[in-house]
Ligand binder design. Structure first.
Ligand code: ADP
Length: 342
């Protein structure tokens, strides 16, 4: 049962300059997010990720298509009716968006004030939220007195105040160092598991996807070009543009500049071979090179792990005559993915 369902949704912004072209930020996207998912949205800057999540809580209105949130089509709903829908959707931001003039407790209380919750009830709820995010001792502190990780924990407490069923996270850990990122991701995992909150995370960080996402969609030029199980999309992307994006965040895939250096440094033919957990028998792959008398040297590589399953890439410099290398590569291609530097 999807809690968020987009059907052929588009968003076109008016031209940003006089005589300019309209900007198609979202171009016919259909996407289902199931209850309990932690759904990662990835892609290059400008791909449409932020616009997509802002459509889900109606911070932006769609140009066409249907957007179902908990079974209600919110596209075209008047502003007055959207307020209730928004209470069911929390959001956290890269820059935390806390009110600096309010204490931590009063930041968390803010959405409850807006929702008209009586004062005593509000205080009890804030206390509960502070305890959940581990900041009970910071109730009276101001945002300026907190570290980045603590600020984001306040952001999470505030987002959860009205007990939403959906949490949207827009680059929520991109301003944090790796250790703090992990603390915040652990907290988000608890939000998902303990409260059953469905989470949609926009990120460009491999760490985030690796640690918490259960599914992922890759966006490019306003479209979702690939989606599915995180391990599948990252270890074996099907679309050229998603492969290009994935190669920038996974370990072990040389960039075009790195390939150029490798080609200069090694006289053999440079190929990158992929390995996916037990699906690819590494000794069989290397056996094919040996069988054809091709000598190989590992010149680049890395192993990644998603949900406990390893996958990786090794770049080899292959030396033998072209006929032997071609014969070995043809056989290796029946076992796994191979790309050769041109
Ligand atoms: P991402 O989050 O993937 O970086 P965005 O959703 O922010 O991408 O942007 C998608 C496209 O829409 C970009 O071309 C961006 O310039 C454009 N865009 C975003 N917001 C506006 C706006 N308010 N007015 C005009 N164009 C916009």
């Amino acid at each position: 049962m999807p809690v968020v369902s987009l059907r052929d949704v588009s968003k076109v912004y008016p031209p940003t300059s006089k005589g300019g072209e309209p900007v198609v930020a979202i171009d016919g996207v259909s996407l289902d997010v199931e209850a309990g998912d932690v759904y990662g949205i990835i892609g290059y800057s400008g791909a449409g990720k932020s616009t997509l999540v802002r459509l889900v809580n109606a911070l932006e209105r769609s140009t066409s298509g249907e957007i179902f949130v908990n079974d209600r089509n919110i596209a075209g709903l008047p502003e007055r009716e959207l307020r209730g829908i928004r209470l069911g959707i929390g959001m956290i931001f890269q820059q935390f968006n806390l009110l600096n003039s309010r204490t931590v407790a009063r930041n968390i209380a803010y959405p409850l004030e807006v929702a008209g919750m009586p004062k005593a009830e509000r205080a009890a709820r804030v206390e509960e939220l502070l305890a959940f995010v581990g900041l009970s001792d910071k109730a009276g502190a101001f945002p300026d007195q907190l570290s980045g990780g603590q600020k984001q924990r306040v952001g999470i407490a505030r987002a959860l105040a009205t007990q939403p069923s959906i949490l949207l996270a827009d680059e929520a850990t991109s301003a944090l160092d790796p250790e703090t990122t992990h603390e915040v991701l652990d907290l988000l995992k608890r939000v998902n598991r303990e409260f059953g909150v469905t989470i949609i995370v926009i990120t460009h960080e491999m760490d985030v996807i690796q640690t918490i996402a259960t599914k992922v969609a890759v966006m490019d030029q306003g479209q979702v070009i690939e989606r599915g199980d995180v391990f599948d999309v990252f270890s074996n992307p099907q679309h050229a543009a998603s492969a290009r994006f994935v190669s920038t965040v996974v370990k072990g895939v040389p960039s075009p500049a790195e390939l150029a250096v490798l080609q200069e440094r090694h006289s053999g033919r440079i190929v990158t071979v992929s390995f996916r957990d037990s699906e690819v028998d590494q000794s069989a792959v290397f056996g094919e090179f040996t069988r054809e008398g091709v000598s190989f040297e590992v010149v680049y590589g890395g192993i990644n792990e998603i949900q406990g399953r390893p996958f990786g890439h090794l770049t080899l410099s292959l030396k033998a005559d072209d006929v032997a290398v071609d014969a070995a590569l043809a056989r290796v291609r029946t076992l796994t993915n191979v790309t050769e530097a041109s």
